[in-house]
Write a protein that binds this ligand. Structure first.
Ligand SMILES: NC(=O)c1ccc[n+]([C@@H]2O[C@H](COP(=O)([O-])OP(=O)(O)OC[C@H]3O[C@@H](n4cnc5c(N)ncnc54)[C@H](O)[C@@H]3O)[C@@H](O)[C@H]2O)c1
Length: 365
């Protein structure tokens, strides 16, 4: 199969969908890999490194989309890319349930949209969301710490405190991949941490590995309210796979929060779990509502593109190889987890939670 790797065009997005080692694996399986010139530069990966692994470097993204049968990307297609879509297998993050316009535009094409974020293993885990959630979870505490500095609009406190001055309180909503990684870093930085989830097994895991360093709390309206009111930093990491995130932190709660506190809403890419969340970018990452600093960058791993690119390829490659080796039909027939990734096929929505989010028609694969 001819596999294309275009350069990302989203603002400040420096990740690339394949490392040179990923190219080598696809070429080793007999596929042709077409990489857009300079696609890896933002992650410190040069054209020569791709060529050494057998990639062909093409001068423009038009060339890549035109010649490839499958396109591997990082972010959803944007403006000028829509005109380039034919009947490609498009393997990337889409987050359709948070974006009606994108969904409609894709339904008007012949794309076979396979979404990283909805590939789901039998145990319910999301193997291609996990690496970026690890990155975003860990970053959220770094970013939250900056938000609490006075220069970031916050109350001017150090996450760890110092001797004689208590540390900040970090409240993490959701104890999945992003939440648990945020938790480990927040504890490592010396904050007081509590974490809430509706899944007792997730809370038990955190409790077991972190011992007495973290307070684990069952998530419900009353507990969320109590914790958020006493927080200096709230980190939102809620996910209902493929669906819009529930608004667990309401506008009224924001009004009652401590002045100069901060919210990092990682789940912004699924609409956010805070009523006041709106997506921001790396160049303008924060805004303030009712004296609470909000950070809601929708592509947080883009801040550390090199780490993220390697982590992403580690996870996507086996699925990319299956799609290239067997074609879409063969690959999804053999792998129920990959089948769950198919969001759009033959101009129909084939992922139920996305169809439900927009009250649109769902077609079973
Ligand atoms: N902004 C970014 O750059 C970025 C990067 C990576 C991931 N994400 C997003 O981060 C979010 C979390 O991803 P993840 O991989 O950690 O998901 P995950 O499935 O591992 O964790 C989500 C957790 O939320 C919990 N949850 C669901 N409803 C809840 C409720 N009412 N109260 C408390 N907990 C509840 C689930 O039980 C689960 O443990 C996703 O929306 C993902 O798309 C964003």
């Amino acid at each position: 199969m001819k596999v294309g790797v275009p350069k990302e065009i989203k603002a400040e997005e420096n990740r690339v969908a394949l490392t040179p080692a990923g190219v080598s694996a696809l070429v080793g399986h007999g596929h042709t890999v077409l990489v857009e010139k300079g696609a890896g530069v933002g992650s410190g990966l040069l054209d020569d490194e791709y060529m050494a692994m057998g990639a062909r470097i093409l001068p423009t993204k038009e060339d890549v989309w035109d010649q490839a049968e499958m396109i591997i990307k990082v972010k959803e297609p944007l403006g000028p890319e829509f005109g380039l879509i034919k009947d490609h297998i498009l393997f990337t993050y889409f987050h359709l349930s948070a974006d009606l316009e994108l969904t409609k535009k894709l339904l008007a094409t012949d794309v076979k949209a396979v979404a990283y974020e909805t590939i789901q293993l039998a145990d319910g885990s999301l193997p291609l969301l996990a690496p970026m959630s690890e990155v975003a979870g860990r970053l959220s505490i770094q970013m939250g710490a900056r938000c609490l500095e006075s220069i970031g609009g916050g109350k001017g406190i150090l996450l760890s405190g110092v001797s004689g001055v208590p540390p900040a309180k970090v409240v993490i909503l959701g104890a999945g991949i992003a939440g648990s990684n945020a938790c480990f870093v927040a504890v490592g930085m010396g904050a007081r941490v509590s974490i809430l989830d509706i899944n007792p097994a997730k809370l038990r895991y955190i409790h077991d590995v972190m011992g007495g360093h973290v307070v684990t709390i069952m998530s419900n309206g009353a507990n969320i309210d109590e914790e958020v009111m006493s927080a200096d930093l709230v980190v939102g990491t809620i996910l209902i796979p493929g669906a819009k995130a529930p608004k667990l932190v309401t506008r009224d709660m924001i009004k009652r929060m401590k002045k100069g506190s901060a919210i990092v809403d990682i789940s912004v890419d699924q609409g956010g779990c805070t009523e006041t969340t709106k997506p921001t970018t790396h160049s303008q990452p924060t805004y303030i509502v009712d004296d609470v600093v909000h950070y809601a960058v929708a592509n947080m791993p883009g801040a550390v593109p090199r780490t993220s690119t390697f982590a992403l390829t580690n996870s996507t490659l086996s699925y990319a190889l299956a799609l290239a080796d067997k074609g879409l039909d063969g690959a999804i027939n053999d792998d129920p987890a990959l089948k769950k990734g198919v969001n759009i096929l033959n101009k129909r929505l084939t992922y139920q939670a996305v169809a439900e989010a927009f009250n649109m028609e769902y077609s079973e694969l």
